[in-house]
Design a protein around this ligand. Structure first.
Ligand code: ZN
Ligand code: ZN
Length: 148
C-alpha cells in the first residue's frame, strides 16, 4: 500500500516539477539564470522545430540531460525507491507521450492540449500532458480549438 502511494506521489510530484520547469525556466524569468539557460535554449529549439521534419532531432534530450535524470533517480532512490520509480516512470511516460504527440497522435485530448501550447498560446498548457495541472494553476487554455 505504502509502496503504491509513494510511487503515485513520485509520478505526480514529477509532473508538477515538469510544469514549474516548463513555465518558469522554459518560458519564464528563471530561464535567464546560469545553467538554467541551457534548459530554456533546448526548449525554445523544440518550439522552433515542433512539427517540422527536424522535430525528432530535438525531441531526444542530449546526453547531459539524460544523465542528470539518472543521477536524480539514483539520489531519490537512496531515500525512497518507490518514489524514485514514480519519478522515472513520469520521465518515461512524458517522453513517450511527447514523441507520439509530435509524430502520429494529433487527435487525442493530450495531443490537442500540447498543440495549443505550441501553436495557439505559449502562455497556456505548460503541463504538456496533464491538463488538470493547468486548471489548478489557471493556465488552462479555455477557448475552443477551431483550426487544426
Ligand atoms: Zn513550451
Ligand atoms: Zn512539444
Amino acid at each position: 500500500m505504502l509502496f503504491g502511494l509513494s510511487l503515485v506521489a513520485g509520478f505526480f510530484f514529477t509532473s508538477l516539477m515538469f510544469y514549474l520547469n516548463h513555465r518558469f525556466v522554459g518560458h519564464g524569468p528563471l530561464g535567464k539564470w546560469p545553467l538554467l539557460h541551457h534548459i530554456r535554449r533546448l526548449h525554445l529549439v523544440h518550439h522552433r522545430n515542433d512539427y517540422n521534419e527536424k522535430r525528432n532531432d530535438h525531441l531526444i534530450l542530449p546526453f547531459w540531460a539524460r544523465l542528470s535524470f539518472l543521477v536524480v533517480f539514483f539520489l531519490i532512490s537512496l531515500i525512497s525507491l518507490p518514489f524514485a520509480l514514480g519519478y522515472i516512470g513520469y520521465v518515461l511516460y512524458y517522453g513517450w507521450q511527447h514523441h507520439k504527440i509530435h509524430n502520429h497522435d494529433r487527435h487525442s485530448n493530450c495531443s490537442k492540449h500540447h498543440y495549443i501550447h505550441h501553436r495557439k498560446s505559449i502562455k497556456h498548457n505548460f503541463s504538456g500532458t496533464m491538463p488538470f495541472i493547468d486548471k489548478i494553476f489557471r493556465t488552462y487554455y479555455r477557448k475552443p480549438l477551431t483550426d487544426e
